[in-house]
Design a protein around this ligand. Structure first.
Ligand code: SF4
Length: 283
């Protein structure tokens, strides 16, 4: 289903500039953006994949993978089409590398139907995964608002290449934001993800501790006993340049083992020659 995009700017000559992901495509009339899921229709940017579901299944939260938010819980996992990266090792390439019309079919599921399906399958939340959920921005935002009213949690499994303005709209309605790390250098990102500038993944402002920047003061839990337990999990990105930053993936240095004390009845190391005796060679 088509839906007018929420974040775009009109430019001269009927062109538009998308504001959903950091590619910030400038799209001429009749053309699509880099991800192929957004099109300029007579000077309006539209999402072509609103509600178009390519994959759905029930998974434990650990499969997302998230290990610190309601462990062992069931989540309805859904994917659409397209991605703003082109990782050559993508395990869901048939939906993620969608380029308009060559991928497998989809079924329309309204935000309300998504929520009802999650409840019917005894899931505690909705996880947008399999392909890049940022491209489903309008759809996931609408669904997240409804899901929260029904007491369901929501989760983005993402590459983190969202714009600040999109994140500002989405974050108050999202519970878990889990960023896949594609590499550890700008060169790797450029090579592996399709010319991606890693600086575009929101960087630390340097004021947060330990390099993981929770995106926020704006992510305040809502009042009430149940809401008090809610929090945004992992909503941050690593900036190794932040003051006091440490790589959360690095192992802690092993403690130096204590020097062994000599055994009271043991005289010390046995220094006798234990070289096996060679058999004498007599003829
Ligand atoms: S979502 Fe990203 S890749 Fe797709 S049209 Fe918008 S800026 Fe371009």
């Amino acid at each position: 289903m088509e839906r007018e995009a929420l974040l775009y700017q009109k430019l001269p000559d009927g062109r538009v500039q998308c504001g959903v992901c950091q590619r910030r495509c400038i799209v001429a009339e009749g053309e699509r953006g880099w991800c192929c899921t957004r099109k300029n229709r007579r000077g309006r940017l539209v999402s072509l994949t609103y509600g178009e579901v390519s994959s759905v299944s029930v998974n434990p939260i650990e499969k997302k993978p998230v290990f610190h938010f309601h462990p062992g819980s069931r989540w309805l996992s859904l994917g659409g089409l397209g991605c703003n990266f082109r990782c050559p090792g993508c395990q869901n390439w048939d939906i993620a590398h969608f380029q308009g019309g060559t991928s497998r079919g989809t079924s329309y599921l309204s935000p309300e139907e998504q929520v009802e399906l999650a409840k019917a399958r005894s899931c505690i939340g909705l996880s947008w995964t399999f392909n890049e959920p940022t491209l489903w921005f309008e759809y996931t935002l609408d669904t997240a608002r409804i899901a929260r009213k029904h007491g369901l949690f929501t989760n983005y499994v993402t590459n983190g290449y969202i714009t600040e303005e999109a994140m500002d709209l989405l974050a108050p309605h999202l519970d878990v934001y889990r960023v896949d790390i594609k590499g550890f250098s700008p060169t790797t990102y450029k090579k592996v993800a399709g010319g991606v500038d890693v600086e575009g993944i929101p960087a630390s402002d340097g004021t947060r501790q330990a390099g993981w920047r929770p995106r926020g003061g704006r992510h305040q839990p809502r009042p009430g006993p149940q809401r008090r337990r809610r929090r945004v999990a992992g909503a941050g990105v690593l900036d190794p340049r932040a003051p006091g930053a440490r790589d959360p993936l690095a192992r802690d240095p092993l403690p130096t083992p204590p020097r062994p004390r000599p055994h009271p009845t043991h005289a010390g190391p046995d220094t006798r020659d234990k070289t096996p005796e060679r058999a004498s060679t007599t003829s």
